[in-house]
Design a protein around this ligand. Structure first.
Ligand code: FE2
Length: 282
């Protein structure tokens, strides 16, 4: 009995059933906890109600199949023109509340709270179709206010010998989780387009259960799981680069492998970013 108690006292139950990417506990990882979490989160996702509105059915089918969907001309032109104006004004006027250096590049953002004075920005942050898309993607009866919403700006810097970690292919976490970006600027090769490996949201295509076990035992596993170009080739998968016109909405399941390209110094990408990260077991 006391041996069982000793074992149980070493098992962080709350962590196992949380949305933590990995559990830093070699003992339970050796028991295969990480593949078990993936398997269970997947089962839970499959059992959830679909909350699928007929008007977005085609988009959600593409998302389920490829892990990513692109919706061009998302807003009516006159609404987008006003949005573009407000976003540029806000970035100029409000400063950038949070700046982060990602290798040579600078990433900054303004949260929804910093943007109360901008009507069109607020309208888009509360957009009904974006709420519908997230409801169906996450399979949750969620409210758009439960989603993180930012106005973000990525500036490509001069090569300084460092690497932007976001340019490495990675998965964000071990369960279905979604992000969307509405582009305010055209996204070309020079301003670091989004890259996604279509189909890598499907565990069977990425050998995820087995690899997650190995990865959970790796002492250096502080970041989201990475994958090399060679490993991708071995899996028979390939990247798709998503250059896009402004006013395009990209919705991706960031369980699948993704990254951003390296751009050219001095180029800026502005977007409205939406992200959901719930507990996959609830
Ligand atoms: Fe990511």
């Amino acid at each position: 009995m006391s041996r069982i108690n000793t074992v149980l006292s070493r098992v962080p139950i709350l962590d196992i059933f949380s949305n933590k990417k990995l559990i830093k506990n070699n003992f339970i990882n050796r028991l295969g906890t990480q593949p078990f979490r993936i398997w269970l989160a997947d089962k839970r996702y499959a059992l959830r109600s679909k909350f699928l509105d007929e008007s977005i059915k085609g988009h959600i089918e593409t998302l389920q199949k490829d892990g990513v969907v692109v919706i061009e001309n998302f807003l009516p032109q006159e609404v987008f023109d006003q949005l573009e104006k407000e976003c540029k004004e806000a970035l100029k006027k409000e400063g950038r509340s949070r700046r982060r250096q990602d290798g040579p590049n600078e990433y900054s953002n303004l949260s929804i709270r910093n943007l109360g004075d901008y009507k069109t920005i607020q309208d888009v942050f509360h957009h009904k179709e974006i709420e519908k898309l997230f409801k169906a993607a996450e399979r949750r009866n969620l409210n758009i206010n439960q989603i993180t919403r930012l106005l973000s700006c990525l500036t490509q810097g001069e090569d300084n010998g460092t690497i932007d970690p976001e340019t490495n292919l990675h998965e964000d976490t071990f369960f279905n989780t979604h992000k969307a970006w509405l582009y305010i600027t055209d996204v070309e090769m020079k301003n670091a387009p989004f890259v996604y490996v279509k189909g890598s949201n499907d565990h069977s295509k990425t050998d995820r259960l087995k690899k997650s076990y190995e990865y959970s035992l790796d002492k250096n596993n502080i970041h989201s799981r990475r994958i090399s170009e060679e490993q991708l080739k071995e899996l028979g998968l390939e990247e798709t680069i998503f250059t896009a016109k402004k006013n395009t909405l990209v919705l991706a399941n960031t369980l699948g492998f993704h990254r951003r390209m390296r751009g050219e110094a001095g180029n800026i990408r502005i977007g409205m970013a939406f992200s959901a990260r719930f507990n996959p077991f609830l």
